[in-house]
Write a protein that binds this ligand. Structure first.
Ligand code: PAZ
Length: 339
């Protein structure tokens, strides 16, 4: 959620960002994540047998949490399921992009959407001779998930043979999980810096629902907050506007798409346009909570493009025409930038 209506901060943005990162708890295995990113980007810059380098998109997906205690028992969360990010990832891969999927732990995953939500094991049954079979009602969904996932892992094994990726899990898809707002922003920064040299071939598709407010680490209670002390009085501060840093400093040539969600359709497009201008995004995808699976409006510099799901097909989704539009606009951007 990038819309922030609170009083304007007096601290310059760069200082706010610096202070956010300085005071955030260190990201676990930061060096390992940076290594994975480097190898993934190198691999996709010279994919085996493909000739031309792949374009790379960072898809963010799911909601960030805001911890209330350092040894976290309680946290603030949001509604995002990760459906948009997971489905979009599949279409980007189909369009030939390599995807860095920065997702909330436990949210929807690419290629697994049509599997039953609660129990994966419901898909399988054990026959007398101890072989495992797919339970009849789920065969179509399991076949689809395995087939589509296999399309990616084939690339992965090729990469192993060629010794290019060694321990990296993935050829065209790199999945990186986050939970908290601290992890999310630290990882987004590392991803953006790693993608910087891709220039206009890099895309950011920022579908995650990111908290506007957080409790700074240094002012957070260490232990579980006690109810005996009476009503809870806690100050949340604004999360610095990282989209500007992404655009200005981390990956200035990247093609950037952010999302704007509102529940009041009367202010949605105006807010999306403001965000596009303020954060210098190439596109802002505006969606309303209750209709977000049916339609979105893409706001560019001079257009408002309504993108709808094909309602004549039961299995259609809005991400298919959306990614088609984005891919064509990104291609024009790459051509214009002459790289
Ligand atoms: O994750 P999901 O499929 O349930 O919902 C997608 C969405 C509404 C989180 C996304 O389309 C979006 O608008 N993300 C940005 C939200 C915001 O911070 O305004």
């Amino acid at each position: 959620m990038d819309s922030r209506n609170g009083p304007a901060s007096e601290t310059p943005l760069d200082a706010e960002i610096e202070s956010f990162f300085d005071s955030a708890p260190p990201l676990k295995d930061s060096a390992g994540i940076i290594k994975k990113l480097k190898e993934f980007i190198e691999f996709n810059s010279t994919p085996p047998g493909k000739g031309s380098p792949r374009r790379v998109v960072c898809v963010t997906s799911g909601g960030t949490t805001v911890p209330l205690e350092q040894r976290c028992v309680r946290f603030i969360d949001n509604f995002s399921s990760g459906n948009r990010g997971a489905t979009s990832t599949e279409y980007f891969i189909k369009a030939g992009y390599a995807v860095i999927f920065l997702y909330r732990r436990g949210s929807f995953q690419p290629y697994c959407q049509s599997l039953p939500e609660d129990l994966l094991l419901e898909c399988f049954e054990c026959s007398d001779d101890s072989t495992i079979q797919v339970h009849q009602p789920h065969t179509k969904a399991v076949k689809r998930a395995v087939r589509d996932h296999h399309a990616i892992t084939v690339t992965m094994s090729q990469s192993r043979i060629l010794g290019l990726l060694q321990a990296v899990a993935g050829g065209q898809l790199l999945k990186l999980p986050f939970t908290t707002i601290f992890e999310y922003l630290q990882m987004l920064q590392s991803i953006a810096m790693s993608m910087r040299d891709l220039g206009s071939h890099a895309v950011f598709y920022l579908a995650a629902a990111v908290s506007d407010f957080y409790v700074p680490w240094e002012s957070m209670a260490e232990h579980k907050i006690q109810s005996a002390s009476g009503p809870l009085d806690m100050r949340l501060v604004q999360v610095p506007k990282m989209l500007l840093a992404l655009k200005k400093e981390w990956a200035p040539m990247a093609f950037c798409i952010s999302f704007k969600l509102e529940t009041d359709s009367n202010i949605l497009l105006e807010k999306a346009e403001m965000a596009r201008e303020k954060y210098r995004m190439h596109m802002v995808v505006a969606n309303e909570l209750s209709t977000r699976r049916e339609e979105v409006t893409v706001v560019t510099g001079n257009e408002r493009i309504l993108v709808c799901r094909d309602k004549t097909r039961a299995d259609s989704d809005v991400e298919e025409p959306l990614i088609e539009l984005i891919v064509s606009r990104h291609s024009a951007y790459v051509k214009d930038s002459g790289l």
